[in-house]
Design a protein around this ligand. Structure first.
Ligand SMILES: Cc1cc2nc3c(=O)[nH]c(=O)nc-3n(C[C@H](O)[C@H](O)[C@H](O)COP(=O)(O)O)c2cc1C
Length: 303
């Protein structure tokens, strides 16, 4: 049997596969499909301090090989998520990662501190792609200076490993990645969704109330792979790659450009047990390529 474990430096995961925030509910919904313990970890849907209704419908729109979403980070609030995590932890040993959001920097730090104090939580993922309401709707991930300040402020308040999730919509994602790691990020994850839009030609209106929405799924894989490679070339902390992964082959591509683990998102909607299939495919590819551990090919792209 191939060894699927990966070492993030601060933690060893039994599998490179992590389910991505917003595409795996709060884990509980997927318990009927397979034993979540086969996963490296799961990431919860993004959470703010208070409950949020999210955006008006429609919230999802399919595109060729992709999915546009404008959920608006709907959620039950931190207190309710704490209860969900306690319940889930009692039913599975899979490491739980909380995707932390905030309408301003103080809220990010407060939510991160709250979940950092929970024994049931393994790691935190800072979703710096949330619009900062107090700062005119700009999200920290678009600005290296803001990212540096925010990561430092959060890092001071937490004792769990901190993953910072980057946005592909930044003008210079490598500069933002460097700011995050220099300010204390233990790992980087990328990418979040690409900004896109869809138009209804009958009504002559945008499909989404907010006009723009986030694109994910196989359509973004080549774009995401390039950005992961760019960030990996400069990163001294582990990088968790994602964007359009739908097969074991895709996972190995991300490892070759330097990823230390991966997340799978949109594929979970189409195929709830995708992680089970992809796990088998990774093992088969490793056997075909005669590698015993994914660390053997990490960053080994010959370019
Ligand atoms: C419906 C939906 C909801 C999402 N919600 C979140 C979220 O709450 N926090 C976050 O950091 N990313 C969120 N994402 C982004 C995914 O975690 C992931 O970064 C992105 O979809 C790219 O991976 P994929 O192509 O495998 O889906 C969401 C994506 C989708 C499709």
């Amino acid at each position: 049997m191939a060894d699927l474990s990966v070492d993030l430096g601060f933690r060893v995961l039994k599998s490179p596969l992590i389910t991505a925030s917003g595409t795996f509910g709060y884990g509980e919904e997927f318990l009927p499909f397979y034993d979540l313990d086969i996963l490296g970890a799961i990431v919860m849907k993004g959470i703010f301090r208070d409950p949020r209704p999210g955006n008006p419908p429609p919230r999802l729109h399919e595109t060729p090989a992709g999915l546009l979403n404008s959920i608006g980070l709907a959620g039950p609030g931190s207190a309710a998520l704490q209860e969900i995590i306690r319940r889930l932890h009692a039913r599975t040993a899979v490491p739980i990662i909380v995707n932390v959001c905030g309408e301003d920097d103080e809220e990010f730090a407060e939510v991160a501190a709250l979940f950092s104090a929970m024994d049931e939580v393994a790691m935190l993922e800072l979703n710096i792609s949330c619009p900062n309401v107090r700062q005119g709707g700009a999200c920290p991930a678009q600005d290296a200076g803001h990212t540096a300040r925010l990561v430092r402020q959060v890092k001071d308040r937490v004792r769990k490993p901190l993953i910072v999730k980057l946005s592909p919509n930044a003008v210079d994602i490598v500069a933002v990645a460097q700011a995050a790691q220099d300010s204390g990020a233990d790992a980087l994850s990328l990418v979040n969704t690409f900004l896109g839009m869809a138009v209804d030609i009958t009504t002559r209106r945008p499909v989404f109330a907010n006009v723009y929405a986030g694109l994910s799924g196989p359509a973004i894989k080549p774009l995401a792979l390039r950005l992961v490679r760019e960030v990996c070339r400069r990163a001294y902390v582990p990088v968790i790659g994602m964007g359009g992964i739908a097969s074991g082959h895709d996972v190995l591509e991300y490892f070759l450009v330097g990823a230390a683990a991966v997340q799978i998102g949109t594929i979970n909607f189409r195929e709830p047990a995708a992680a089970l299939r992809i796990t088998g495919e990774i093992e088969a590819e490793m056997e075909r390529l005669k590698i015993k551990s994914l660390s053997e090919i990490r960053g080994q792209l010959q370019a």
